[in-house]
Write a protein that binds this ligand. Structure first.
Ligand code: NAI
Length: 248
């Protein structure tokens, strides 16, 4: 039996891409998994079955992370279904790219609502549950562009820089409660989100990666798994770049 048996991890945006890889990796470490995604529940079925096949409990929940009340209901349901929450991984995210001169207010607000407010919403509702057991791990997925900025991504880079601010402030607020907060800043990872880029854009990114390969969802998932493990119990308020050396 794993030392993590009975502990539960919430992973947002877990039906595909990086979130799904995180759900599977944490399941391999023995955690039960609450799969949260805005998509219809049928679309989370594959992930749910893959996780269950690893011998842990799993259940999918349809929830828009930007909806504060719905997040509250979902966290309450997960707490009832699983008996507690040990890990929260804020992974759900969207892009609405364009240069600032063409960026609409709607597209700015939409990205902030999901990527930044969604992170706040889940932290806000999960921390009271974690505090009862005086332990918890929160890992939020930021981005290299939250550190460096990126032309065409004012909304996205602002949201991801915001995630770093939330992470560091919460790390200070909750350290005495034994809840750690860290962020991961991926570089380029091959997922449906990045599949929309042109070959020219992908080639330009490839040229900036010292390790000379694109990131895979599992690269991010392994880092999340480490930050959730006992080996990382003395690490909080950090931003871990997982990007093949793009940002140094
Ligand atoms: P993806 O688009 O493949 O998957 C995102 C998942 O989030 C989808 O399942 C989607 O349904 C879900 N989602 C979107 N909006 C939601 C909402 N409002 N509520 C609940 N779920 C929602 O994206 P990918 O590539 O797997 O990205 C995962 C995270 O990693 C995102 O936060 C993204 O910004 C971040 N990231 C990705 C990079 C990449 O190169 N793919 C690089 C840096 C960061």
């Amino acid at each position: 039996m794993s030392e993590n048996t009975g502990k539960t991890a919430i992973v947002t945006g877990a039906s595909r891409g990086i979130g799904r890889a995180i759900a599977v990796r944490l399941a391999k470490s023995g955690y039960n998994i609450a799969i949260v995604d805005a998509c219809p529940l049928e679309m989370s079925k594959d992930c749910e079955e893959e996780v269950k096949a690893l011998g842990v409990e799993a259940k999918a929940y349809q929830c828009n992370v930007a909806d504060f009340e719905k997040v509250g209901e979902t966290v309450a349901q997960i707490t009832e279904d699983f008996g507690g929450i040990y890990i929260l991984v804020n992974n759900a995210g969207i892009t609405r790219d364009s240069l600032l001169l063409k960026m609409t207010e709607e597209n700015f607000d939409a990205v902030i609502a999901v990527n930044l407010k969604g992170t706040f919403n889940f932290i806000k509702h999960c921390t009271p549950v974690m505090m009862k057991k005086r332990e918890g791990r929160v890992v939020s997925i930021s981005s290299i562009v939250g550190i460096e900025g990126q032309a065409g991504q004012v909304n996205y880079s602002a949201s991801k820089a915001g995630v770093i601010g939330v992470t560091k402030s919460c790390a200070r607020e909750f350290a005495s409660r034994n809840i750690t907060f860290n962020a991961i800043a991926p570089g380029y990872v091959e997922t449906p989100m990045t599949a929309v880029l042109t070959d020219k854009q992908k080639d330009a990114i490839f040229a900036m990666i010292p390790l000379k390969r694109y990131g895979q969802p599992e690269d991010i998932a392994n880092a999340v798994n480490f930050l959730c493990s006992d080996d990382a119990s003395y690490i909080t308020g950090q931003v871990l770049s997982v990007d093949g050396g793009m940002h140094m």
